[in-house]
Write a protein that binds this ligand. Structure first.
Ligand code: GDP
Length: 368
């Protein structure tokens, strides 16, 4: 049985964590039986951390004892420098909360890259965890919509770099911009994206702790995640009624299945494909052919098969990337955003006009 820690930092991290808990404990959930009080396979501990108490209150499926409020007025206002100070001041308290829950085999920290709290807490938390423990720490990072503004873009660029330098064992990318076709308004897009991330992480945890027909385990996952440039993404697809398993595999690694825009045949460096479903529906020939196709361009592909009676085939693909064209695009927009903010700051500092206006009333008092 694996001991798994999942931390959700900031609003986005909290919400995705709540979506995981909803799937895990929800009445209709098929994951419920693995994670519910009596029967869960893994020992999963979830912790939500935030400076904004309202974000924590909004959570519906995460126990109150698992929601840690770090008081700082009303959040850190997308300012990562403020966020870093707040983390430093509360580090002992945060680490104690985590350590009280025992030791872990693996951990996942979920955050957006672009806000204030999650983006500043996460790299510092990872660093602390890596210094004090030897379990791997994987960070699930949500990238912003590109039109969300210059502060978010520059935060995303610096946050990702900080996470890479924090000692994290791997970064799993999910991109709001890429996933926004989930449709509807922003709120329903968020919910759709959060559900996608939650479902993939739960499938992964289930797979790492399952008796499989063909085995992949935490060791294989670690090997996959250590490949490439430290970046990864996850694909998933659930077959429709008559869909052959090979089509489900193809769809899981195609853009419609991924959390981040990538041509995996070109950019992936290692992969792990896990197929779950009824034995009748899992043609070993088809699975082998598809996996061989992927490994001929990717290199090494670990393959796992989990038999679940009566289930339609579902495919999870963890892919580490050795290059990421979309990330380069994001950084070039972020550089413009950083320059724009710097120029604006210089203008304000150099601009004496407002001071001149105020100076006109120097030495005067209002008369009533
Ligand atoms: P923090 O609370 O200060 O860490 O800030 P947020 O987590 O709200 O970070 C803002 C970024 O997260 C923006 O890019 C938002 O688009 C994104 N975001 C906020 N909430 C959600 C959510 O529930 N789901 C997703 N996918 N993205 C979110």
């Amino acid at each position: 049985m694996l001991n798994i820690l999942i931390v959700g930092n900031g609003q986005c991290g909290n919400r995705i964590l709540d979506a995981i808990n909803r799937e895990a404990f929800g009445k209709k959930s098929r994951f419920g039986k693995y994670l519910s009080q009596q029967k869960y396979k893994s020992n999963v501990q979830t912790i939500a951390i935030n400076t904004a108490v309202n974000d924590l209150k909004e959570m519906k499926f995460t126990k109150a004892k698992d929601r840690i409020h770090i008081p700082h007025l009303h959040g850190v206002g997308a300012n990562r420098n403020v966020g870093k100070h707040v983390f430093e001041d509360n580090k002992t308290h945060i680490m104690r909360q985590i350590e009280e829950r025992g030791n872990f085999d693996v951990s996942f920290v979920i955050t957006s890259a672009s806000g204030g709290t999650g983006s500043s807490f996460t790299p510092m938390l990872v660093k602390e965890l890596k210094e004090k423990h030897d379990f791997p720490v994987y960070v699930v990072v949500v990238l912003p919509f590109r039109e969300e503004g210059t502060l978010y873009l520059q935060n995303a660029a610096f946050c990702l770099r900080d996470i890479r330098e924090s000692g994290a064992d791997g970064i799993i990318l999910a991109d709001n911009q890429f996933l926004k076709q989930m449709g509807g308004n922003v709120e329903s897009a968020y919910n759709g994206i959060n559900d996608m991330v939650a479902k993939r992480l739960l499938f992964l945890m289930d797979a790492l702790d399952s008796e499989m027909m063909m085995v992949t385990d935490l060791g294989d996952f670690k090997t996959v995640m250590s490949g490439g440039a430290g970046l990864a993404t996850i694909g998933f697809y659930e077959a429709e009624t008559d869909m052959p398993v090979r089509t489900a595999i193809q769809k899981a690694v195609s853009p419609s299945g991924l959390l981040f825009s990538s041509d995996v045949y070109d950019e992936a460096s290692r992969a792990m494909i896990i197929i779950r479903g009824d034995r009748e529906r899992l043609s070993i020939d088809e699975i082998s052919t598809e996996v061989e196709k992927l490994s001929s361009s990717v290199g090494h592909v670990f393959k796992g098969i989990i038999v679940r009676d009566g289930e339609l085939p579902q495919v999870l693909a963890v892919l580490t990337l050795e290059s990421a064209a979309e990330l380069e695009n994001l950084y070039s927009i972020a550089v413009d955003a950083i320059k724009y903010e710097r120029a604006k700051k210089d203008r304000v500092t150099n601009d004496k006009e407002v001071d001149r206006a105020f100076s006109q009333i120097d030495g005067m008092d209002p008369s009533y």
